[in-house]
Design a protein around this ligand. Structure first.
Ligand code: FAD
Length: 387
């Protein structure tokens, strides 16, 4: 019998189309050749690898699921595979693409006017315009219905006041899709970086997602023209539908982190000799490695089926919650266990496990905390909203 691929035990590759396989391989090559060699340095320095943006754009990875406006028009499974390969390198790299694609380009594409789409989407697909998404506020991200940032109509403008917290790409963004309360409910505005009264300072001292920019956004009487309001959306369903898109990609990403960690400890435990034999020869180690492979396999099948449902137009937010909860928890546990198996070496960035472990502490919190996704599933099962 043919030897199984330890990172694809159920031959998920055989369920992918030629095009999906080709996309996965080309992103994997980019990650191995261009991103992996620089990522540990960026993580240590707390800088985002902006030098990779032109190649990421060239490969069609920005807004890859959108059609027209210079976007690749790929299916959802392809988008998932892109996220998986990028996160095999670092959650920060995947976060950049998730936010640009699902949280900034998607709302402009879905809720914007023709002029807004023409104005921003081609530049965003080319990586020349960077975007961010401002929903969370410091007083409680899990409860977005309680946002306080507000916009008041004044002639042809809206006057925006308030603040946002924990915004990926904020300080490097040219535009921010900002969700604000108005007299007619929550609306989305495209705020441009040079608008007077707008500031986006980076949040310092992060121990997680260090190779990603995270910022606060401040709005002090920012005048936003009516032409920058997204005309085709009103209410919380707007930002929540963007989050469903992004979370779908996030279900795939941590599979990449987990594979990177498992690959590293498989090499390490076969080379490291303790008590006169390879570490991998111990039952206690093999059980831990087997458990990692089991959980990765389950996550791969969950995300693939979720992607097929999405491409068939049948994916539901509760299914995304289950996948985000399962797959991020899987990767976080695996990264932690791999860190331990690496012993003292596991605490340095010479090995990947601790970087993935620290990154995944953000991934389990953002885009709906683990608890919030559990409560979504609980509501589905019981019909009772426990939020
Ligand atoms: C690195 C990073 C990047 C981010 N990027 C963005 C971005 O680009 N745009 C954006 O808008 N936001 C972004 N976020 C914000 C993120 O979505 C929020 O951090 C998240 O929603 C949680 O909100 P919070 O931090 O205010 O925690 P809280 O909502 O205060 O939650 C604190 C704790 O309470 C728990 N909890 C909450 N409600 C309940 C309940 N009813 N029952 C039981 N437990 C509960 C939570 O699970 C959590 O453990 C980012 C966050 C991070 C860390």
């Amino acid at each position: 019998m043919a030897k199984l691929n330890p990172f694809d035990l159920y031959d998920v590759a055989s369920l992918l189309s030629e095009e999906e396989l080709m996309i996965r391989e080309s992103v994997a090559r980019f990650v191995d050749e261009r991103a992996m060699p620089v990522i540990a340095k960026h993580f240590e320095e707390g800088s985002f690898p902006a030098e990779l943006i032109p190649e990421i754009a060239e490969m069609g990875l920005l807004g890859s699921s959108l059609e027209g406006y210079g976007c690749a028009g790929l299916n959802s499974v392809s988008y998932g595979l892109i996220c998986q390969e990028l996160e095999r390198c670092d959650s920060g790299l995947r976060s950049f693409v998730s936010v640009q694609s699902s949280l900034c380009m998607y709302p402009i594409y879905q809720f914007g006017s023709d002029e807004q789409k023409q104005r921003w989407l081609p530049g965003m697909a080319a990586g020349e315009i960077i975007g961010c998404f401002g929903l969370t506020e410091s007083h409680g991200g899990s409860d977005p219905a309680n946002i306080k940032t507000h916009a008041k109509r004044d002639g042809d403008d809206w006057v925006l006041n308030g603040s946002k917290m924990w915004i990926t790409n904020g300080s490097i963004a040219d535009i921010a899709v900002v969700w604000a309360r108005t007299d007619d409910g929550i609306m989305g505005f495209v705020v441009e970086k040079d608008m007077p009264g707008f500031d986006a300072p980076a949040i310092k001292h992060k121990m997680s997602l260090r190779a990603s920019v995270t910022s606060a956004l401040y709005f002090d009487n920012v005048r936003v023209p009516e032409a920058n309001r997204l005309p085709n959306v009103q209410g919380l369903k707007g930002p929540l539908s963007c989050l469903t898109q992004a979370r779908y990609g996030i279900t795939w990403g941590p599979i990449g982190s987990a594979i990177a960690c498992l690959q590293e400890v498989l090499d390490y435990t076969s080379d490291r000799i303790l008590f006169k034999r390879p570490l991998a020869a111990n039952q206690a180690i093999q059980i831990r490695l087997a458990d990692m492979a089991r959980r990765i396999t389950a996550a791969q099948l969950i995300s693939l089926q979720l992607g097929r449902l999405k491409d068939a137009g049948r994916m539901q937010p509760t299914q995304v919650s289950l996948a985000k909860w399962n797959n991020v928890r899987m990767a976080l546990d695996i990264a932690r266990d791999c860190r331990d198996i690496l012993g003292g070496s596991g605490i340095t960035t010479e090995y990947q496990a601790i970087r993935h472990l620290l990154n995944l502490e953000s991934v389990i919190t953002y885009e709906g905390t683990e608890t919030v996704h559990q409560l979504v599933l609980g509501r589905e099962l019981t019909g009772i909203n426990a939020f």
